[in-house]
Design a protein around this ligand. Structure first.
Ligand code: AMP
Length: 405
């Protein structure tokens, strides 16, 4: 049986899904959290002996290397994998591929070094992900490994959309440009939307809204990303859980002086970790808490919600202008998939563009067309599945590849 493992490593976590291919059945999925902290938590849901089972354990895991070793021990103990040769490929989600990787790539030693060297574009993620890939290589030295970059789907952006209006030489010398993120998710939901609409993606203009703790919007024309709201880093664009999204950069030196900050990194940390829904509401970065507080009359939670909705509407509108129209708007990720009221709030302000939500159809967390029949622009809910997209990339690149290191 052919098994492919999708790996998504964060700075202190490691998420995975093991698929049976080619039928894409999930054999096991799980999460190791609090890596590097005390009381790390390992949880695995898996299928063995014809039954669905759950494993949970708390123990100290010092680093990602230990996490990877433990994961494989558990695979054998829980009979999820009997022999490592059953795993025919591993796909690793990598935050930034910069301009070096416009597509997923088979991992070699050079590729790992290059991922590491792009750390200046994703300091919390790329170096940690390079380490995780090395740990997997230690355990599975002869297995195909593929890197799938969050940025690759946006490699098709035209230069007028990826360049900032600053001296051109900063792009040439230092690579300062929009890279975008969440590409695997935008790509997956755009393709699914075309399938659900039963139309070739080549003929469609789609605005995809990935609304999670991190959030971004993309303009997808003919299946290719032509614009997206995140930028040089994931800090740009929409109001997010703790990130500010777009702000006037002149605010930075002004606030640094007011707050007595000497280091610009401290200011950037405020924009990354203390802003967005959390900063506006003073309550939480979690949209569920914001919605609950807003319903019970909390004025700042209501304001945070209104600003969140407003920014999504602005990006949808501007991408419809950029593509000279749209056939579909797609919602995905934690907020997009689960909150029918936020989808309703966003779309109700866009009726002039030919969008209308069908309340009954919108009452769902599953894949569905949620706009009224005959509406000019279709609106869809499509739960994202980055893991399966990563496994598919491993299959695509794995054909005919011989592993040399
Ligand atoms: P993600 O980053 O995709 O995991 O999404 C996390 C975000 O989704 C958090 O802000 C959650 O509060 C939000 N979320 C999850 N479920 C719901 C829900 N039922 N209603 C509103 N927001 C939700």
């Amino acid at each position: 049986m052919k098994k492919i493992l999708s790996v998504n490593a964060g700075s202190s976590s490691l998420k995975f899904q093991l698929f049976k291919m080619p039928n894409e059945k999930v054999i096991a999925k799980g999460l190791i959290e609090r890596i590097g902290l005390s009381h790390s938590i390992i949880s695995i849901a898996y299928h063995a002996d014809g039954e669905e089972k759950n494993f949970k354990q708390t123990k100290d895991i010092a680093n990602h290397e230990e996490a990877v070793d433990l994961l494989f021990k558990l695979f054998y103990i829980l009979s999820i994998v009997n022999d490592s040769s059953e795993i025919k490929g591993v796909g690793h989600r990598v935050a930034s591929g910069g301009e070096l990787f416009p597509d997923s790539v088979v991992i070699t030693e050079d590729v790992i070094d290059q991922i590491d060297s792009l750390g200046y574009l994703a300091p919390l993620h790329n170096p940690a992900q390079a380490k995780v890939i090395r740990s997997f290589k230690d355990v599975l030295p002869a297995t195909l490994m593929v890197a799938v970059f969050d940025t690759s789907f946006h490699a098709t952006l035209p230069s007028e959309n990826y360049l900032y209006s600053i001296p051109y030489e900063y792009y040439e010398k230092y690579g300062v440009r929009k890279y975008g993120f969440h590409g695997t998710s935008h790509s997956y939901v755009a393709k699914r939307a075309a399938e659900l609409l039963n139309r070739p993606i080549e003929d469609l203009k789609i605005v995809t809204c990935h609304l999670g703790n991190g959030a971004s919007v993309a303009a997808v024309e003919g299946g290719r990303s032509v614009d997206t709201s995140m930028g040089f880093t994931p800090l740009a664009g929409l109001t997010m859980g703790t990130r500010s999204g777009d702000v006037d950069p002149s605010i930075l030196p002004f606030l640094m002086e007011k707050l007595g900050l000497d280091e610009v990194d401290d200011m950037i940390a405020i924009l990354n970790n203390k802003s967005g829904l959390l900063g506006l509401s003073g309550i939480s970065s979690d949209m569920r808490d914001i919605e609950t507080a807003a319903v019970s009359g909390n004025v700042r939670a209501k304001l945070a919600l209104e600003i969140f909705v407003n920014r999504v509407q602005k990006y949808i509108g501007s991408y419809m202008a950029e593509m000279n129209g749209a056939d579909a708007v797609v919602f995905t990720a934690g907020i997009g998939e689960n909150s029918s009221s936020i989808r309703q709030a966003i779309v109700s302000g866009l009726s002039w563009f030919g969008m209308e939500i069908d309340e009954q159809r919108n009452d769902t967390r599953k894949e569905a067309i949620i706009s009224k029949k005959g509406a000019k622009v279709a609106v869809l809910n499509v739960p994202t599945n980055e893991e399966i997209e990563i496994a598919r990339q491993v299959e695509r690149l794995g054909e005919g590849v011989k592993i040399s290191n």
